[in-house]
Design a protein around this ligand. Structure first.
Ligand code: NI
Length: 166
């Protein structure tokens, strides 16, 4: 396994749309392993392939305290949703920034697992929020995009300053 470099906002590559995965083969499985390792090491609770500069529809999520409940989703799709919830979100691509975002409270998701098997999942609470956040990344959307222009500008400036220092 290998750690992958995470793109940092406002890197324009974070706004590209990812393509569906045709076949879950050993290359995709390896990518899922590397993405998981990168997520755990960051540490974070979710990571999408575009964040490591791979434009394919793959996300990994683990919201458990013990970090032993990895959920890998290939070609995830929200097929049903219910309610609304506002949650303070953060992102490995926007380190140190947290802001409230409004999302569905509950979702029904369809995806393929690491073996290419199709499955469906009902999620609520943090898991629901996290999956929606990661699927957004597949469509080139970062949570900052939901904030006011003024806030976005402030975050961009702050991130550019941080990038110059490190
Ligand atoms: Ni993110």
């Amino acid at each position: 396994m290998a750690l992958l470099d995470i793109l940092i906002y406002p890197d324009q590559r974070l706004h590209a749309k990812a393509k569906p995965v045709d076949q879950v083969d050993s290359r995709i499985q390896q990518l899922i392993d590397n993405m998981s390792e990168t997520m755990y090491s960051a540490p974070g609770i979710g990571l999408a392939a575009p964040q490591v500069n791979v434009l394919e529809r793959i996300i990994v999520v683990d919201i458990s305290e013990s970090k032993d409940s990895l959920l890998a989703m290939v070609n995830p799709e929200i097929i049903d949703s219910e309610g609304q919830a506002e949650t303070e979100e953060g992102c490995l691509s926007v380190p140190g920034i947290y802001a409230p975002v409004n999302r569905y409270e509950k979702i029904q998701v369809r995806a393929q697992d690491k073996k290419g098997e199709s499955f469906e999942l009902e999620a609520e609470g943090l898991l629901s929020i996290c999956i929606q956040h990661e699927i957004d990344h597949l469509d080139g959307k970062v949570f900052v995009d939901y904030l006011s222009r003024l806030k976005q500008e402030r975050i961009r400036k702050k991130m550019k300053k941080t990038l110059r220092i490190t």
